[in-house]
Write a protein that binds this ligand. Structure first.
Ligand code: UDP
Length: 246
């Protein structure tokens, strides 16, 4: 058990956006950045004893919604899901190279037997109980979803106590901080406030799962992952709590 933001957790779901796999304004995979993420994850596990499931995004390689209008949307999304598998494979390799115990295991939602195991809930749960780092790629395996949805879905079915969500902003604000200098950042944000004020935390499918299942979401900037993993109180905690500003 470990405390952060006054919450106690045993099993965490980490949603790594594609941007966690390279530097700002870079496309593709940067293996030095992947290694830095792996070190942060391993250190966190060492210090906290968290059981860790990780859902990887693919935006550094490809996002379905970036496809040209003539491209079939579902196909574009499948390409996006395959991109997440490349990231997952890179992360698995990196963690297992840096950690002699080789505890990371990649599971994919889309069958890819030569590359990784297919996701199966009971196996994933057993691995988490043995403190292996379970990396989940291939999203939900369905087009028209995002890896946020996958993170929420897997967090619910794998009994994770929180989602640590890497984002492009450093938390949730009352309004867009780029457009409004008066915008304030939430330290704690109630699910219902987020809905009523149309504050963007995760996509709406993902958010609904988290609210229904009462899974807290900590939103923070991707480049701050190391600091968050280091125990600093950064970002916004979205949960069934009263609103509070920084
Ligand atoms: N995707 C999908 N279904 C899923 C998850 C992902 O179709 O369940 C596709 C979608 O095209 C998405 C891409 O995979 O744009 C990459 O995922 P995402 O955009 O969520 O990655 P991130 O923003 O986290 O880097």
């Amino acid at each position: 058990m470990y405390m952060t933001h006054d919450f106690t957790f045993k099993r965490v779901m980490i949603k790594l956006t594609g941007e966690s796999f390279n530097q700002a304004n870079e496309k593709g995979l940067n293996f030095d950045v992947v290694d830095a993420v792996s070190r942060g994850l391993l250190e966190m596990r060492e210090r906290t004893g968290y059981e860790m499931a990780i859902v990887v995004g693919g935006g550094n390689l490809y996002r379905g919604r970036e496809a040209n209008t003539q491209v079939d949307k579902a196909t574009a999304d499948y390409i996006g899901m395959l991109a997440t598998i490349m990231n997952g494979l890179a992360l698995e390799e990196s963690i297992n190279r840096l950690d002699k115990k080789r505890t990371a295991i990649l599971m994919t939602a889309i069958q890819m037997n030569a590359v990784a195991e297919t996701f199966y809930r009971k196996t994933a749960l057993a691995r988490l109980e043995k403190n292996r780092i379970v990396i989940l790629a291939g999203g939900t395996s369905s087009p028209f979803f995002t890896t946020d949805s996958a993170a929420a879905l897997r967090a619910a079915e794998l009994n994770c106590n929180i989602i640590l969500k890497c984002s492009t902003t450093d938390g949730v604000y009352t309004s867009d901080p780029d457009q409004n200098s008066e915008a304030q950042k939430y330290k704690y944000l109630n699910y219902q406030t987020a809905l009523e004020k149309h504050l963007k935390v995760m996509d709406s499918n993902a958010f609904a799962i988290c609210q229904n299942e009462k899974i807290p979401i900590l939103v923070f900037k991707a480049e701050d992952l190391g600091r968050v993993l280091g125990g600093e109180k950064l970002g916004t905690m979205v949960a069934d709590v009263p609103d509070e500003m920084f």
